[in-house]
Design a protein around this ligand. Structure first.
Ligand SMILES: [Zn+2]
Length: 131
């Protein structure tokens, strides 16, 4: 089987924070890695992104108040921050990259949620949460 290594991420940072469960969604992981490359080229330097949340098990999703049917449950979503750029810059770049179908900016928690849920005609939706 053809497989590619993710250059900038390790299993631990993509796994459930409470139990280590990891659901591999290849499309989402490829887009996450591609976004990393996109950022490096956009800024002309190495831009780290930190997935503060990847896979969530059912219980952890409840514990953190996640939406019922959250795409974190299926390994299709990541919450990201960066030590190198602001969360607002992540948000703008995630939209510019067109790699994710959903981009949500959290203005109180200061992170960006991205996911690759299927949308009709490959549409992208984005919004800002005052949370
Ligand atoms: Zn868990």
């Amino acid at each position: 089987m053809l497989e590619a290594k993710l250059q900038n991420f390790v299993e631990k940072e993509l796994s459930c924070r409470c139990c280590g469960k990891l659901i591999i969604n290849h499309e989402t992981l490829i887009c996450l890695q591609a976004f990393r490359y996109f950022l490096n080229r956009k800024y002309g330097r190495n831009i780290m992104i930190t997935p503060s949340c990847g896979t969530r098990c059912y219980q952890h999703n409840i514990d953190v108040g996640g939406a019922k049917g959250s795409f974190h449950l299926t390994g299709q979503a990541f919450d990201i921050t960066s030590p190198d750029i602001t969360y607002r810059q992540i948000y703008e770049a995630a939209l510019e990259s067109k790699l994710f179908s959903t981009v949500i900016r959290y203005d109180k928690s200061l992170f960006v949620h991205v996911d690759t849920r299927k949308r009709k005609n490959y549409a992208i939706e984005s919004w800002v949460e005052n949370k």
